[in-house]
Design a protein around this ligand. Structure first.
Ligand SMILES: [Cu+2]
Length: 670
């Protein structure tokens, strides 16, 4: 699923505006600086060294992140007021399969909590493990023999490392392992590069993901770092398509100019644009997090959301085959999606007017002589830019034919992460009319399979080379859950469901109307496009000019319904995929839709647990969770590189304002 580059280096591509310096934080939500990451490591290690019951070597760190101060503190905080700095460190001792969550006070350099998680709890796969797993496979003789039997050079094979998914180990193998079925595992797929990496032409890169070596999956015990199982179920020829992105057609320049400068005002991580304001962070697990989102209305910065982010991804594959059934990726919790963020480049990933923000994360091997702070730079991983947004509004006088018309632009806050063959881009789009659109952009390479001419219901043929060698792309689904802690005119909110229906008793056959239903206790709802169903988060305190509570509506745009069996183990871990809309009472620590540790998760966690028992939410602080989705039935046009597919949802003001808030925009044509 992912190659290993992160531990060792991060290529600095673009100069950007917001270096994460070692100076003291000036905002309670500011991410950990390099020196704070160093303090987190040294303080944790000192604690482990001082305690004879704890190991102090062979430690791996699957997360080092800020412990966010309580929401009530942040909302009452004002610049200059002192605040605590706390970090959480996830420590894995791989030889003994033990895992701890450590909390510490950064200012006092003191560990405040060491909590060992139950044996078998597995944090995300670390980058260092990608390297270790590949080394184990290359040293495994049956791998070499299997490649040679296929006429392939083992040195040209690309090893793709995955979290192991849900398939249990065969009992005879598990019985020989000290940790049995709780052994920390990865599973690896093979692809053929067909040449040395050094022979790569950067202008026409190889794409090993287009050249699957079908039939083989290697399972690696990550406690002992040895291969414990290799399947070899079928031999299929490897396609010769290199996936080269060679080009022959040049586009004429399209230049973005802002001769009077940008309307984006960036103060540290506080973003102001037009009437919008928010605080932006790249989190090592969730990626982009937007805090304290507000819209200035008649001089008042009115709150809309306290915290919004991607929460989890679930990508199950639909091919009935023992080598495919376990492939269900939870890219946020199994791989720490934020640590897979790519540096964004002007005119390649984002327009040339983008402002870029850096991030600093942790090294999963901690501090070292080469890296005394134990930090890794992620330059230019958030981009903010204004772009053309088409028509804002227009009207024409019916007698004089005078036009009154306004052109729109929008603010995009974006990042993308590279998760092996797939790349997910996330656009948070702020509009002049007070709405926010969230778009997920899916591209990269489908997960392909070497096949033959036999028709398969679960895998469309997508590629063929000059020798007639075929690859298919098995059906799969993408479910992406977003956690939206909305605070509409403050944290005290209620939740309504609106649905349109025919009104049968008015005496007129044309009548229809919107029905509103209170959602009073935690739970879930499904989409209903036939009823134009959407959900309103309403203020419990503020009313608009019409006597109605002010509100924002969540409008579903795209969604998917899981086609696996209802008791499919992957789906049991991904309850958020069963229903598009979930809603909970705000609780600290409930952040991830599939729970904190979905990797090798033995029992369901996340929204299903958060909503059981269903607590009342009326007039409380409400969090909504929306799962957007895409059922990917691949087609030839998705090969060798998939054109970007966009899915998402919208947050729309609905009675939040007294009228169209974009009336004030001046006519740019004048
Ligand atoms: Cu897909």
């Amino acid at each position: 699923m992912k190659t290993a580059v992160l531990v060792y280096a991060c290529v600095c591509v673009v100069a950007s505006v917001c270096a994460n310096l070692a100076s003291a934080a000036d905002h309670p939500l500011e991410p950990l600086s390099k020196s704070e990451i160093q303090t987190a490591f040294t303080t944790t290690l000192a604690r482990f060294k001082a305690d004879e019951t704890l190991p102090d070597e062979a430690l791996r760190y699957s997360m080092v992140a800020l412990v966010e101060p309580p929401k009530s503190f942040v909302l009452s905080w004002s610049p200059g007021k002192p605040f605590a700095r706390k970090a959480s460190v996830q420590v894995l001792h791989y030889p003994s399969n033990r895992f701890w969550v450590v909390e510490l006070d950064l200012k006092k350099k003191k560990v405040t909590k060491v909590e060992q998680r139950p044996m078998g709890t597995q944090p995300a796969v670390t980058s260092e493990e990608f390297v270790a797993a590949e080394e184990a496979i290359r040293a495994y003789e049956p791998f070499t023999k299997a490649m040679q039997a296929r006429g392939l050079n083992p040195d040209y094979v690309y090893v793709d490392v995955w979290a192991p998914g849900d398939a249990e180990l065969p009992e005879d193998i598990a019985a020989k392992l000290p940790n049995g079925q709780r052994t920390r595992l990865v599973r690896c797929l093979l692809f053929y590069r067909g040449a040395k990496v050094e022979d790569e032409n950067p202008k026409a890169p190889q794409n090993p993901y287009d050249r699957p070596i079908e039939g083989i999956v290697l399972t690696v015990d990550m406690n002992t770092r040895t291969v414990i199982e290799m399947t070899d179920t079928v031999t299929r020829p490897v396609i010769n398509e290199t996936g080269n992105a060679s080009t022959s057609r040049k586009l004429k320049p399209l230049v973005v100019q802002q001769p009077e400068g940008s309307d984006i005002h960036l103060e540290g991580r506080l973003v102001r644009w037009h009437r919008w304001q928010f605080y932006v962070v790249l989190h090592p697990r969730e990626g982009l997090v937007l805090y304290d989102v507000r819209f200035q209305d008649k001089g008042v910065w009115r709150p809309i959301a306290y915290r919004m982010s991607l929460s989890e991804i679930y990508v199950p594959y639909g091919l009935g085959d023992s080598n495919w059934v376990w492939r269900s990726a939870f890219d946020v919790g199994e791989y720490n999606a934020g640590t897979l963020a790519q540096s964004l480049e002007a005119n390649r990933d984002v327009p040339e007017n983008a402002q870029l923000i850096d991030a600093t994360f942790f090294s999963d091997v901690g501090t070292s002589a080469d890296n005394p702070t134990g930090s890794v730079d992620f330059p230019a991983t958030i981009a903010l830019y204004e772009r053309d947004a088409g028509l804002l509004w227009t009207r024409t006088d019916p007698s004089a034919y005078d036009r009154d018309t306004r052109y729109a632009r929008e603010l995009v806050a974006t990042w993308n992460c590279w998760i092996g063959n797939y790349i997910y881009g996330f656009d948070w789009i702020f509009k002049l009319d007070g709405s926010i659109e969230v778009k997920v952009n899916l591209t990269g390479t489908t997960l392909n399979r070497g096949t033959d001419a036999t028709a398969e219901a679960s895998a469309a043929k997508v590629g063929k080379d000059a020798n007639g060698t075929i690859v298919s792309a098995p059906n799969h689904q993408h479910f992406l859950n977003f956690r939206l802690d909305l605070d509409v005119d403050g944290p005290t909110n209620t939740l309504m469901e609106m649905e349109a229906a025919n009104l049968p008793n008015t005496g007129f056959k044309n009548s229809f109307g919107a029905t509103m239903a209170h959602l009073e206790s935690e739970g879930y709802r499904d989409v209903n496009p036939y009823g134009s169903r959407h959900w309103h988060v309403e203020s419990a305190t503020n009313k608009n000019a019409y006597g109605k509570f002010t509100s924002y509506a969540l409008e579903p745009s795209t969604f998917a319904f899981p086609y696996s069996a209802p008791d499919f183990p992957g789906l049991l871990r991904a309850e958020f995929a069963r229903h598009a809309f979930w809603y909970t009472r705000y609780k600290e620590g409930e952040v991830y839709a599939a729970g904190n540790y979905p990797n090798q998760g033995a029992s369901p966690d996340g929204v299903g647990v958060y909503t059981t028992p269903a607590e009342p939410i009326h007039g409380d602080d409400i969090v909504v969770w929306y799962t957007t989705g895409f059922t990917h039935l691949a087609k030839p046009e998705d090969y060798p590189v998939m054109p970007t597919e966009s899915i998402g949802f919208k947050l729309q003001p609905r009675g939040f304002f007294a009228q169209n808030p974009a009336l004030e925009i001046s006519d740019q044509g004048e």
